[in-house]
Design a protein around this ligand. Structure first.
Ligand code: PGA
Length: 254
């Protein structure tokens, strides 16, 4: 088993260019002084900060990602950003299928499948988000929902392409709400996701895939979540906007 431990920060629609540069500089300093583990740290600031972030992160081990990309490689799509454009900034990752994209911007499983394909084709790693709503948790359809998100929205990738994928389980009811899935609930879903990957690809591929948990991860709950067998790290929203909290969450990975 060689899968990586990863903590990624999703800044969402926060921080101007100047503010982004200040936060990156702060995170870079604390990570350099305090992190001595093999946990990969990734930050995903807004698009406008990516080129400056690449320069600020040069010579560090901190990875850089975008929060979205278009599903076509290029074309007449006013206002959109392609995976190739993301790659050209120096970023190495892109988040695909975040629930806010699914909820507010109509990203269906079909669209996430095309985005994942384009991203991998352009040489990016994909942080692919899945997760059920509160209604789906309550009506007990959550395994089925997450399985469909994987089957229809991601598994169009072949084995080689899939080696560039990190999965993030983010129950929608836990995002930005202060509600966190219990470590048992999260572990149950992570183990299920790994089983679905093993069935579609191979046991080895499933064992090598990093599966992150996201949804109100904070410094004080990170350690118990990360202590679960199938939880390989976190995708952090609100707490990633404070350098101290974000790095404390990385430290909880030890
Ligand atoms: P949160 O967001 O940590 O603020 O709940 C997580 C995410 O949406 O990626």
């Amino acid at each position: 088993m060689t899968r990586k431990k990863i903590v990624a920060g999703n800044w969402k629609m926060h921080k101007t260019l100047e503010e982004s540069q200040a936060l990156i500089t702060e995170i870079r300093g604390i990570v350099r002084d305090e992190i001595r583990s093999n946990t990969s740290v990734i930050i995903c600031p807004p698009f406008i900060a990516l080129p400056a972030a690449t320069r600020l992160l040069e010579g560090t081990d901190i990875g850089l990602g975008a929060q979205n990309c278009h599903f076509e490689d290029q074309g007449a799509f006013t206002g959109e950003i392609s995976a190739g454009m993301v790659k050209s900034t120096g970023a190495q990752y892109v988040i695909v299928g975040h629930s806010e994209r699914r909820q507010y911007f109509g990203d269906t499983n079909e669209i996430t499948a095309a985005k994942a394909k384009s991203a991998v084709r352009m040489g990016l790693h994909v942080i692919f988000c899945v997760g059920e709503t509160l209604a789906q948790r309550e009506d007990k359809s959550y395994f089925r929902v997450v399985e469909a998100q994987l089957q229809e929205g991601l598994f169009g990738l072949d084995r080689k392409e899939f080696s560039h994928v990190i999965v993030a389980y983010e129950p929608v009811w836990a995002i930005g709400t202060g509600l966190t899935a219990s470590p048992e609930q999260a572990q149950e879903m992570h183990a299920y996701i790994r089983k679905v990957i093993a069935t579609h690809y191979t046991d080895e591929i499933a064992a090598d895939t990093s599966i992150l948990y996201g949804g109100s991860v904070k410094p004080d709950n990170a350690q118990t979540l990360f202590g679960q067998d199938d939880i390989d790290g976190g995708l952090i929203g609100g707490a990633a906007l404070k350098a101290r909290d974000f790095v404390d969450i990385v430290k909880a990975m030890h």
